[in-house]
Design a protein around this ligand. Structure first.
Ligand code: FES
Length: 102
């Protein structure tokens, strides 16, 4: 069963930025688009590039190694289509960003 766990403070990730966070035993990329928060796998499914070190354009996160791109709202690959990353539920309570992990 998934349980919400504190991943960061809302002050830790500026709007338009991404940061790697450890939640329990998983490293996730925590995304603040400015409008919403998202948490996705940090490891790119191509060959493991660190997505939290990538580039965010709206809700599309580009891997810094070879440019694969993912929609952080769904985890679906934008390029290439068919690729995907895991997405995790996020909620904000006060100054805390909580992520649900299994
Ligand atoms: S490791 Fe991410 S695109 Fe190659």
């Amino acid at each position: 069963m998934r349980e919400f766990v504190r991943a960061a403070s809302v002050h830790d990730v500026a709007p338009g930025e991404v940061r790697a966070v450890r939640v329990r035993n998983q490293v996730l990329a925590l995304v603040n688009t400015g409008a919403n928060w998202y948490a996705v796998d940090n490891s790119c499914p191509h060959i493991g590039g660190p997505l939290a070190s990538g580039y965010l354009d709206g809700t599309v996160l580009m891997c810094p190694l070879h440019g694969w791109r993912f929609d952080v709202t769904t985890g679906a690959g934008v390029m290439p289509e068919g690729a995907s990353i895991g997405c995790f539920p996020v909620k904000v309570e006060g100054d805390d960003v909580l992520v649900a992990v299994g």
